[in-house]
Design a protein around this ligand. Structure first.
Ligand code: ZN
Length: 465
């Protein structure tokens, strides 16, 4: 299946064929992670963990089950998630006294405990995160990594003494986003969600969206400012230096396996996946090219070369299977390995190796003595050209639109007065969603595309995944 012809089918095929996921598990939307997919996801988690850790956030782990009475405390939150919750109501043949639910997200698991951890000003800020699986009963059609019922989730939770400190945390979250997106070579937009589309219980929500090749927006992360919306019902109070008790200000930051879905969708081509170097389980593949009579020594050289590369902190693998080199090329190209090194007798005799880049197919001769340095340069070049190509593709999908019934595939920017009634009308006419507004983007002299009121407010409209 070609990507251009049927993106959706292409995506569904490639994620299974390349060993990223196995959808044959007998629960819809709960997929198996085979080794190649899991290794990639672990590398994404490692990149995120590094960003949190280096900024002083602590990793924690909370139980997967949440008691119903804790879940019920924040009214908006429960309304927003109620229909998606998996319940545990029995233990053996006995009904439970209090029903339990599988975490759809962990606010209601963490916050009763935060209220015990936080006593005084000295306990703030509290900045923790966890990397866990979450469960949501999705009713729309499921899709690997993008819409699943059991999801790999990274959630950061913070508590602060003031609203301003919580706002500063959100700035830091956007910093983290920049680093992680650079590793994944993914362009993204930071879009403030409109009032009726914010996270249940949030004061405001920032969506981090990326644009897929079929012109649909995909939310890959979200950041929420809670103010004291949760800390009041969950009684997360701290004692100020003057002895007064105040509720903490909270934020959360969520990222998920959707990031992997975005990587597949944005970078993959008709030959298969193209893995960003930072998250490629194998960054460099060494393929021995044997000729009659020297197979063994060439295989040994290839093994030695991979070992040498690994000892310098890069991820290399020598394919020593007894199949033709051409089949190995094809097999690993499909899995998206960034660089392939071809090593034959002539290369060994003359002290070089032939490198082939997965993204451009470009071949270069690398002198063996410069191998590690040159590989570092190639990987870096590849990452930056992957990001650049993806950014150009997104730019070609941005439109200023004045008629909501004539939207295009991609980001449609429209003038909107901000009234809910007009917003709903835009959605109805376009058949797409209001993603929200981008900080600093204004348009002078514009009129609301629905009611004609003068406005400089610009809203992003797109079909979503
Ligand atoms: Zn209007």
């Amino acid at each position: 299946m070609k990507k251009e012809e049927d993106f959706s089918e292409w995506y569904n095929e490639i994620v299974e064929e390349t060993g990223l996921t196995d959808k044959r598990y007998p629960i819809k939307g709960m997929n198996v992670w085979p080794a190649y997919g899991w290794k990639t996801m672990l590398l994404i988690k490692t990149a995120i963990r590094r960003e949190f850790d280096s900024r002083g956030h602590d990793e924690v782990y909370f139980p997967m089950l949440i008691p119903e009475d804790q879940f019920q405390k924040e009214k908006e939150h429960i309304k927003g998630f109620d229909a998606q919750v998996f319940w545990v109501t029995k233990a053996g043949s006995n009904d439970l006294d209090v029903n339990l639910l599988l975490r759809p997200t962990s606010e209601t698991a963490m916050y009763p405990v935060f209220s015990l951890w936080i006593r005084s000003h000295a306990d703030l800020p509290l900045r923790v995160y966890q990397i866990v699986n979450t469960f949501r009963y999705e009713t729309k059609q499921t899709r690997a990594f993008i819409r699943v019922r059991e999801m790999q989730f990274i959630e950061g939770h913070t508590c602060h003494a003031t609203f301003e400190e919580a706002e500063a945390q959100i700035e830091e979250d956007l910093d983290i986003m920049r680093s992680v997106a650079a590793d994944l070579c993914i362009p993204y937009r930071v879009i403030r969600r409109i009032e009726w589309d914010k996270f249940p219980g949030a004061y405001y929500t920032i969506g981090v969206d990326t644009m897929l090749p079929d012109g649909r927006a995909l939310q890959i992360a979200s950041i929420h400012q809670y103010r004291t919306n949760f800390s009041v019902p969950y009684e997360i109070f701290f004692e100020e230096t003057d002895g007064s008790r105040k509720p903490v200000h909270q934020t959360t930051y969520g990222m998920s396996e959707r990031m992997l879905g975005a990587v597949v969708a944005i970078h993959g081509d008709d030959k298969g996946l193209v893995m960003p170097p930072a998250i490629a389980p194998i960054q460099i593949l060494v393929v021995p090219i044997p000729a009659k009579g020297n197979a063994e020594s060439i295989y040994a050289e290839a093994r030695k070369m991979a070992k040498h590369i690994n000892s310098h902190g890069l991820r290399a693998h020598a394919d020593e299977r007894d199949i033709r080199p051409g089949n190995k090329f094809y097999y690993w190209e499909r899995k998206g390995v960034p660089i392939r090194l071809e090593l034959g007798k002539r290369e060994i005799d003359e002290g070089f190796v032939t490198a082939v880049r997965r993204d451009s197919g470009k071949k270069t001769r690398i002198s063996t003595s410069e191998l590690i340095r040159e590989l570092g340069i190639l990987l870096k070049d590849m990452a930056s050209s992957m990001l650049k190509r993806a950014e150009e593709e997104v730019k070609s999908k941005e439109f200023d639109v004045h008629d909501p019934s004539a939207i295009k595939d991609g980001y449609n920017r429209m003038q909107w007065c901000g009234a809910e009634q007009c917003g709903r009308k835009i959605e109805e006419l376009s058949g797409a969603s209001l993603l929200g507004t981008v900080s600093g983007e204004k348009c002078s002299g514009g009129k609301c595309v629905i009611c004609g009121t003068a406005t400089d407010n610009v809203v992003y409209v797109a079909k979503t995944m």
